[in-house]
Design a protein around this ligand. Sequence first.
Ligand code: ZN
Length: 288
Amino acid sequence: MTYSRFLELFPDNDACVDWLKARMYPDGSECPKCGKVTKFHRIASRAAYSCQYCRHQVYPTAGTIFHKSTTSLQMWFWAIFLMSSTRCGMSAKQLEREIGVSYPTAHRMFKQIRTLLADDDEQLTGEVEMDEAFFGGVRKNSKGRKVGPKTAVFGAVERGGRVITKIVPGVDAGSLGAQYRKYVLPASTVFTDEYVGYKDLHRTFQRHHRVNHSTGVYVNGNVHTQTIEGFWSLVKNGIRGTYHAVSTEYLQSYLDEYSFRFNRRNGRDPIFWAILDRAVSSRVAVAG
Ligand SMILES: [Zn+2]
């Protein structure tokens, strides 16, 4: 998705509203009021459509993150386009400059978009690397910014496939075990370093290979954890370069954002459309 293609598809706000309507209420869908198979027609100058039979009005943004926003739908689509075209993430400050909204608005938009990005955690299988990482916690107090404790994160990645990352209360065997038992199938071949928290993995998984980092060995044939380590670097560099620091409260949503992009890196499911699909599918039912 290039910027010129984006402009071609969404030249103005109406085009965005019409796109959303076509997804939510395509021609031939059933009217929620009269029950007839109908066509909804745009009500002039409003982001609303009415049933051709009973004139019942529908609002395509209802129940979505865009609803009741004073920011135009085109700005939202543009923000999604920008977020999906970076590899390392984009800060609210950058968004403020790019699309000309205020900083609080930019911040709120990205925060809302990130709520769409948590992937459904279908279990990983095959060759799976697992590792833990720590992210520098920063929390704000009344006197400004203060460095807080680091937050532990568990990560598992299927080689050539998806990554799953979750904040954990600690990196003891119990905390890590709760994650890998939930997210990695027992039939998998798993790869970890020699960390003591992984010593019992042979009881859960078909095969467990450990790479002995402490003796300076990082790769031994296919025994390594370079995929998950590469992912950690991507996230850490991205957070450092783009967001500077992320508070513990928001860390999971940033992890979700990086995972969402990583899981679509092969381009079969373009990120821009994947996020818009989420905006549609995450719609909550609204009365009326
Ligand atoms: Zn109707």
